[in-house]
Write a protein that binds this ligand. Structure first.
Ligand SMILES: O=C(O)c1cc(C(=O)O)c2c(n1)C(=O)C(=O)c1cc(C(=O)O)[nH]c1-2
Length: 240
């Protein structure tokens, strides 16, 4: 009979970490971006589409909080919302992303209107928010663990973009710098929740599958952007 006992904690954690192989840092769109081959218009397309993700993240985190009956968890989780929305005194990630938009030549109104957001990007992100609304909060918390792999991609942008894309204004980099520390703190907490909650093989496997679901969301966003901005085939492009 197959062994269905839970994996030891460190083995389970390693299985989650192994998912890095499918992280969107490996998507051809990011590969082009990180080799300096994107035009200004293509960078703008990415920034405008990703803005929909940025504004969805605190809504997703509020949905997790709304489903969470543990004040100890909420006490920490609320920081994620503050990181993105900011406070009366301090700017958050959404404001930093708007500044990135301006640094690449977009206006705030353009970003807020979501006029550049592709249907495929919107559907993928909406799937993440809707999942977080309905899932047990521990499962939704676990799906944020793609952030395990995010500091590397933020760091790569900080390291390479100034040379590859000298036309991007320096004020655009604040978002990525900010996320380096925030993402590391988030995953420490998210990982503890997941490792504690998944005390059966079934729950562990479900967490791995949900991490894959989140990887699918990130990958699918870039597939839609590839069609529109690299192939020049946005939706309803009819020419052969
Ligand atoms: O630029 C990226 O590649 C990237 C990826 C991810 C991610 O892995 O989901 C996040 C972010 N950035 C990010 O900035 C961010 O605030 C964030 C929050 C979350 C989440 O699922 O809660 N992911 C990510």
């Amino acid at each position: 009979m197959a062994d269905t006992s839970p994996w030891p904690r460190d083995e389970f954690e390693q299985k989650l970490r192994d998912k890095e192989a499918l992280y969107h840092i490996n998507h051809p769109f990011h590969k082009l971006m990180h080799s300096g081959k994107l035009t200004q218009q293509q960078v703008q397309g990415w920034v405008a589409n990703r803005f929909y993700y940025q504004t969805a993240i605190p809504i997703k985190d509020a949905a997790i909080m709304a489903n969470c009956d543990d004040p100890e968890v909420r006490k920490h989780w609320v920081q994620r919302i503050i990181d993105h929305d900011g406070t009366a005194e301090q700017e958050g990630g959404i404001e930093a992303w708007l500044q990135l938009g301006e640094a690449v030549g977009l206006t705030r109104q353009e970003l807020w209107s979501y006029e550049h957001v592709l249907p495929g990007v919107r559907f993928a992100i909406d799937a993440y928010v809707n999942f977080a609304r309905r899932a047990p909060w521990q499962e939704a918390a676990g799906s944020s663990l793609t952030e395990l792999f995010a500091p590397k991609i933020h760091q790569a942008r900080l390291d390479n973009w100034p040379e590859l894309y000298p036309w991007i204004d320096e004020k655009g980099y604040r978002y990525f710098r900010k996320r380096l520390t925030e993402a590391r703190r988030d995953v420490e907490h998210g990982l503890q929740i997941t490792l504690d909650y998944c005390d059966t093989r079934e729950k562990q496997q479900r967490a791995i599958d949900l991490l894959q679901f989140k990887l699918d969301i990130l990958w699918t966003m870039l597939d839609a952007m590839w069609m529109a901005y690299i192939e020049g085939r946005p939706p309803y492009h009819m020419e052969l």
